[in-house]
Ligand binder design. Structure first.
Ligand code: UD1
Length: 420
């Protein structure tokens, strides 16, 4: 049982390096399956989900070596097509292997990912798109079996909603498919652009990423390459939240401000000043924290759902009332009850949370219930009077390389307690 122990009311000051993006590293690792020869990925975050992805590659017959933040994958050996159930359960986003395994072998068997802490996580759009490309898919006893008797074929696909995972799966399946695939209403997240850049560097023919129409012309083969994973925009938003709530002054090295266009104005409205350069972002807050106009989570380029909990934590201590509308996931206010234990005044009902800022938060024993919700508790703890103990740290570790060390390097009093 591990806990994060944070003693609050310390102003954060200094420089922090933003780690590589988990949500980019995972589809990139899946994409390695499609490549001949060796692929070297730099800047992979050292996270349990990334290592789970490496184990999936291993089960599929790839050689996979991790050294620091570099991961080398060699996918020349005959490729298996079954992703074991325990690895599917360990990491919900392993569904991104479906498109890659199908693209590589023409068949795939994996267990249905089911729900997760954010509520039901259906994959109907992934499956409908792959069926349109020629996959035959059956589900029995929670196991999906997919085959492509006549191979995957490029086609036109209109997504009913710009799903990130579905867009990634289609791109992965289409890269080696016969003919051209056109995805309309594609997700536009920067991590999708990163996947397309990587695949192009391997020889794929893709245009349009970052817009709502992505066109993939299938090629005969892809060649492994050397590539650097993009910086994690949600880790950047986490450190911005930490600086904002403590009235700090922090320089985020590697943060790409262009990925944070919807986030930066919210922090400015809260009273922060932000200066950006191409490869770093500087944030400081000298003014009192103030409430903001309604924040609505939306698909990119809108305000990211993954930053919602973090901003809620900061607004809990802002003067005035703020409203947050969560439009992407059904069950994404579970951090609210824990913030209330710390003295916050927040009411959440359905997709709306109303935050009445309080002058003081207080340390308490709280529990993380999902990744970003857990990080939000750490953000609140940084500004709380007294000591906060955050349980269920495993959730936070899924997305942050030792968050307590990064916060301590900026002057926070944060440590990890390990009890057997
Ligand atoms: C990805 C990110 C996650 C982020 C989310 C939204 C990864 C590993 N995870 O998750 O951190 O919060 O994007 O930006 O990159 N949906 C369906 N049917 C489908 C697919 C999705 O109904 O077939 C629904 C989902 O339940 C959800 C919404 O669409 O309500 C968005 O999901 P999606 O964009 O697919 O998110 P993920 O790819 O799962």
């Amino acid at each position: 049982m591990q806990k994060l122990i944070i003693e609050g009311e310390k102003r954060l000051y200094g420089e922090a390096l933003v780690q590589g993006a988990k949500n980019s590293a995972l589809p990139l690792l899946a994409a390695c399956l499609l490549c001949e020869g060796e692929t070297l990925l730099h800047n992979c975050p050292k996270l349990s989900d990334v290592y789970a992805a490496c184990r999936i590659l291993g089960c599929l017959g790839c050689e996979c070596r991790a050294q620091g933040n570099d991961i080398t994958v060699r996918a020349d050996a005959p490729c298996g097509c079954c992703v074991p159930d325990d690895l599917m359960r360990e990491m919900r986003s392993s569904i991104v292997f479906l498109g890659a395994v199908l693209g590589r072998t023409g068949e795939c068997s994996l267990s249905f990912p089911g729900g997760c802490e954010l509520g039901p996580r259906p994959i109907d759009m992934h499956l409908a798109a792959l069926r349109r490309m020629g996959a035959e898919i059956t589900e029995r006893h929670g196991v999906l079996r997919c085959t492509c008797p006549t191979g995957l074929k490029g086609t036109g696909i209109i997504l009913p909603f710009p799903s990130v995972g579905a867009t990634e799966n289609i791109i992965l399946a289409a890269a080696l498919a016969e003919g051209t695939t056109v995805i309309k209403n594609a997700a536009r997240e920067p991590e999708i652009a990163d996947l397309c850049c990587f695949l192009r560097a391997c020889g794929a023919r893709i245009i349009g990423e970052g817009s709502d129409t992505v066109v993939i012309e299938g090629v005969g083969s892809l060649q492994g390459c050397e590539y650097t994973v993009m910086p994690d925009r949600i880790v950047a938003a986490t450190l911005m939240s930490a600086a904002a709530i403590t009235g700090g002054e922090v320089s985020l090295i590697g943060a790409r401000s262009s990925d944070l266009d919807a986030v930066i104005p919210v922090f400015e409205e809260m009273g922060c000043r932000i200066y950006t350069c191409p490869d770093r972002l500087f944030i400081t807050r000298k003014l009192p924290l103030s409430s903001v106009r309604t924040v609505r989570t939306m698909p990119y380029p809108g305000f990211p759902t993954d930053a919602q909990a973090l901003v809620t934590a900061v607004l809990a201590k802002a003067k005035g009332t703020s409203i947050i509308v969560e439009n992407i996931f059904e069950n994404r206010f579970r951090h609210v009850d824990e913030l209330v234990r710390m003295g916050a005044r927040i009411k959440a009902e359905g997709k709306v949370a109303v935050i009445d800022g309080v002058p003081k938060l207080y340390g308490a024993k709280v529990r993380a219930s999902d990744l970003r919700g857990g990080a939000a508790l750490a953000v609140a703890a940084l500004a709380a009077e007294g000591v906060t103990e955050i349980g269920n740290v495993g959730f936070i570790d899924r997305g942050y390389e030792a968050l307590e060390r990064q916060l301590s390097s900026l002057g926070a009093s944060a440590s990890r307690e390990c009890k057997i």
